[in-house]
Design a protein around this ligand. Sequence first.
Ligand code: ADP
Length: 264
Amino acid sequence: FDIYAAPIMSRNDRLTGIALVLHDITELKKLEQVRKDFVANVSHELKTPVTSIKGFSETLLDGAMETAPLREKFLNIIYKESERLQGLIHDLLELSRIEQQYFELNWQPTNVERVIEDVIVILKEKAEEKGISLLLHTQGDSQMEGDPERMKQIVINLVNNAITYTPDGGQIDLFLHGKESAVELLVQDTGVGISEKEIPRIFERFYRVDRARSRNSGGTGLGLAIVKHLVEAHHGSIHVTSKPGEGTCFSLTFPRTQEEEQSV
Ligand code: ADP
């Protein structure tokens, strides 16, 4: 609490009371902590690949260049780390753009089924490499008011995660259900799952259940934070149910039109 005190004087300068103002700054302190953690996380996440790129280039310049297998190995690491850095910068810029107060969606009639079909084309190869089947089940009409590019970004992030966190040979089912005043999408996988304790945290920026696995798969820890913002910008909602070792299901609901937003 911030406390302010001021005397209350009568006309003849006699003290008649004291005015106390108690200002609850818990929320402010919390926000300040979130900001500090964010800056510390960003610094750490940026430093790691840069240190590695610098170290391996130095080793190459110091003579490792002469040995062909080492040259190839180190250059591959440098390339991978630069890619990770690029992904991180992209996601950071994206998140900061979305979090701006004046961020606006490019509202258009959007066919969610078409959006999902585009995403499947993009991610099919990655799924096939792991022998994962990616299936879309559609029921009803999925036409809604939305931003097709942003909807695509939402689905790419969720399906990409589903592929990453599902072992080889698994299955990902997308259930698209056009209801009367809402469009519902379920992204269900047969992956590693998320424990009940971790579920509320996965939408936080940089939160990862398994840091090493996420890193190795090129994850930045920002994907779900971006997804949550974009779903909310559409006035939709997102929920997760999961069983460790069995799989995870992300369920999303969007109002079909923005007048219907209140009733979803
Ligand atoms: P990342 O880039 O690490 O994937 P995200 O913000 O997309 O970051 O996800 C945050 C964390 O949530 C992941 O690191 C992972 O631990 C967990 N997660 C997300 N999607 C799934 C999923 N389908 N199955 C299991 N865990 C998941």
